[in-house]
Design a protein around this ligand. Structure first.
Ligand code: ADP
Ligand code: MG
Ligand code: MG
Length: 251
């Protein structure tokens, strides 16, 4: 589903490469964990897959279902099923969460040639997904993420993901800012969305999240490259040994 080849990228108008020859393959149905020390390029990778404009790919390619997406803008990628759950979800004053969700969902349906959902249909869906994620319906009337706790923001991200039914879900440090109960709710929400047609890129600094969302593969990102790949046991190994040993071996 996702094949990244020799990806080099930088922030637009700077000389510093952040991704420096990254290779990664993720199959449909797979949950791939990306782990790595702070500053290794994890968020940059997520932005570049999603098509953030102020980043520049200088070499290599990103294939999604066999086709390069480098020429597609962020909304085209979203319409084709790419979803990014942000590490730091933005607050959008003046836009009710419910309005945001309905607009996003209908824009995506339109791009896919599907008709708009009726309000009762939409309400049924959003209420069911919100209940699964233990989101208070009153929260949906509040402006998106404004005054939400860290855990509420992350649950709002997963609510968007559940409604938009993406094919490739990129989740950037969804566990940061979550207490243990919220971690369980979010993980259950993600696990319910696992399917043979859908792939996940779960980015995390810690092994803790991967006890709840058990990955098929684990990849270590360091200085803009994948320096080690393995199965779920690699995450445990990193938790016990830290990143230093894997970094030394790669050097
Ligand atoms: P991670 O998510 O793994 O902590 P990031 O992708 O956020 O890492 O950052 C990778 C590196 O790129 C860091 O050294 C960071 O300082 C640098 N970087 C990220 N964004 C920018 C930016 N907008 N301008 C300059 N450097 C940046
Ligand atoms: Mg970081
Ligand atoms: Mg980050």
């Amino acid at each position: 589903m996702l094949e990244i080849r020799n990806l080099h990228a930088r922030v637009a108008d700077t000389d510093t490469e952040i991704l420096r020859g990254l290779d990664l393959t993720v199959k449909a149905g797979e949950v791939a964990a990306i782990m790595g020390p702070n500053g290794s390029g994890k968020s940059t990778l997520s932005y570049i897959i999603a098509g953030r404009e102020d980043y520049e790919v200088t070499e290599g390619d990103i294939l999604y279902n066999g086709e390069s997406i480098l020429e597609m803008d962020a909304s085209e990628r979203a319409a084709s099923g790419v979803f990014l759950a942000f590490q730091y979800p933005l607050e959008i004053p003046g836009v009710a969460t419910m309005t945001f969700l309905k607009t996003a969902l209908n824009a995506q349906r339109k791009a896919r040639g599907e008709g708009e959902l009726t309000t009762p249909d939409f309400m049924r869906r959003v209420k069911a997904s919100a209940a699964d994620l233990k989101i208070d319906p009153a929260m949906l009337k509040r402006p998106l993420n404004v005054g939400f706790s860290g855990g509420e923001k992350k649950r709002a991200e997963i609510l968007q993901m559940a409604l938009l039914e993406p094919r490739l879900c990129v989740m950037d440090e969804t566990d940061s800012g979550l207490d243990i109960d919220a971690l369980k709710i979010v993980s259950d929400g993600v696990n319910a969305l696992r399917s043979p047609e859908r792939a996940f890129l779960v980015i995390t600094h810690y092994q803790r999240l991967l006890e709840h969302i058990v990955p098929d593969t684990v990849h270590v990102l360091y200085k803009g490259r994948i320096i080690r790949s393995g199965g779920k046991e690699l995450a445990l190994h990193l938790e016990e040994q830290g990143y230093a040993q894997v970094i030394d071996e790669a050097a």
